[in-house]
Ligand binder design. Structure first.
Ligand SMILES: [Zn+2]
Length: 481
């Protein structure tokens, strides 16, 4: 959760798409394809979803790094079949290694993948692959008519996010990220990315190293709202093999190709590694937020998620959810009015008892929504110049069984005073140039990291602790800030 307020009403992304069936020429293959949406609509859909990604996941606050990725991406896209699209490249603040493209130009890469890679050529092949999805219009073909109709659904009145959906991700726009393009499309994106990176003289053999380290890194169990590359993409082995086949098929042997190891590693020196606890973290049943200086206890056993604008908890039976956000209003009374004075909402019991010494308004409610009748309780708590809005709700039929634990959870909101939690800092990448030949294990003795040596081997793309690093190597370590 970052320092962002959301509008008092909770809305799903609403795009007004006119679903048209027609034929359009594919920019990459030149062939005719059945196109359900026009290029204008494709661009509009991507732009809106991109805004949502920026506000939901959040961008890494490092202008130099953002410019670096953007400059490289724009260069690659300029030599693609669709140079005129509104291309945009950004690094999102998510610790899971990943990259994804949205229709019509927006491309995102996660901080976790930046941490994992070791060269500009690797970055170029990843961005190239994502550019390939856009130039070949894979989103347009992957979206089914039903999905298009859902995304285009005009939404009015009160709308609560679907409980099931909150378990994964909180909006319809982000569903675009869950599109699976299929094997042929992935192969085509690899082919295109390979070509774009080669056009800019990057050593595309580095592509295999990205697949390999993604596979070795595996699936960290963290809070990422984005589906993984590993799940949505073909097996790394197969892709590494086909890099070799593509190289053999080249008419001219590779000449002077750029790897750009030092340029890349200089850029990620100091980058946050792993989850960033300043944006909030879970510890022993508590959610603690050092920057906003609050804590709250969610019911035991609930599935929790810390996103950029919200913290959510979902009951094990998925029949109730608690959602914590910052209100745009300046006092609890006004916040309660904005949230509760909406057509379709019936207010039940209201209380103005302070919560742990903080001014608060609590109210039970019943609401008629597109997903049926919903029962719930809202709390508005003023603290440190902000109003926190917490809402626990579920389907009217089954919420009663969870109501008590929801109420009890909401009133655990209080000031965070634990100095250890307040001082928590993220870990960071630090780059060291070795002055003599040593193994990775020896390196780790001399320049200790806060991560296990196996993980250190993965992010340095070496096989294991006994591998010799020649003098003058640039080696990543992970340190506390
Ligand atoms: Zn892909």
């Amino acid at each position: 959760m970052h320092l962002v307020a959301v509008p008092p009403r909770i809305r799903l992304l609403c795009l007004t798409l006119v679903v048209l069936a027609g034929c359009a020429r594919n920019p990459v293959t030149g062939g005719l394809q059945l196109a359900l949406i026009t290029e204008g609509q494709e661009i509009q859909m991507g732009q809106q979803a991109a805004q949502e990604v920026s506000s939901t996941i959040g961008l890494v606050d490092d202008p130099a790094l953002q410019d670096y990725v953007s400059d490289l991406g724009l260069r690659l896209a300029a030599s693609s079949e669709r140079p005129e699209l509104p291309w945009a490249f950004a690094v999102v603040d998510d610790a899971t290694p990943n990259a994804f493209a949205l229709p019509g130009g927006p491309i995102f890469i996660t901080r976790g993948l930046m941490d994992l890679m070791r060269s500009e050529a690797q970055l170029a092949t990843v961005l190239g692959h994502e550019i390939g999805h856009v130039t070949a219009r894979h989103h347009v073909t992957s979206l089914s008519r039903t999905q298009l109709a859902q995304i285009g659904l005009g939404v009015g009145g009160i709308l609560f996010p679907d409980l099931q959906q909150l378990g994964n991700v909180a909006s319809a726009g982000l569903q675009l990220l869950f599109l699976s393009h299929g094997r042929d499309a992935e192969r085509q994106a690899d082919d295109l990315g390979f070509r774009y990176a080669l056009d800019q003289s990057f050593d595309v053999r580095e592509m295999g190293l990205v697949f390999e380290s993604l596979e070795r890194f595996g699936e960290p169990s963290n809070q990422s709202p984005v589906p993984s590359w590993l799940l949505t993409h073909p097996a790394p082995d197969e892709r590494i093999q086909s890099v070799g086949q593509r190289l053999e098929a080249l008419a001219n042997p590779l000449g002077q190709l750029r790897i750009g190891e030092q340029a890349y590693l200089d850029r990620i020196d100091g980058l946050t590694y792993g989850p960033n606890p300043r944006n909030g973290f879970f510890r022993e049943g508590l959610f603690l937020h050092p920057d906003l200086r609050f804590q709250i206890a969610f019911p035991a056993g609930w599935q929790t998620q810390n996103l950029s604008q919200t913290v959510t908890a979902l009951s094990p039976q998925q029949n109730a959810v608690i959602q914590l956000t910052l209100s745009a209003d300046s006092d609890p009374e006004a916040a309660a009015r904005s949230a509760l004075n909406q057509p379709g909402i019936q207010v039940g019991q209201t209380s103005r008892e302070p919560v742990n010494g903080l001014p608060a308004v609590l109210a039970t409610f019943r609401a008629q929504t597109q997903q049926g009748t919903v029962d719930g309780v809202m709390a508005f708590i003023a603290y440190d110049g902000r109003v926190y809005q917490m809402m626990g709700y579920g389907p009217a039929g089954s919420f009663a069984s969870e109501a008590r634990s929801v109420q009890e959870s909401l009133v655990t909101f209080r000031e965070l005073t634990d100095p250890d939690a307040l001082d928590t800092q993220p870990n960071r990448i630090a780059i060291v140039r070795t002055t003599e030949t040593m193994t990775l294990a020896e390196f780790d003795d001399r320049f200790p990291s806060v991560i296990p040596i196996e993980e250190l081997a993965v992010i340095n793309q070496v096989e294991g602790p006994s591998i010799l690093l020649p003098a003058g190597s640039l080696v990543k370590r992970v340190v506390e800030s």
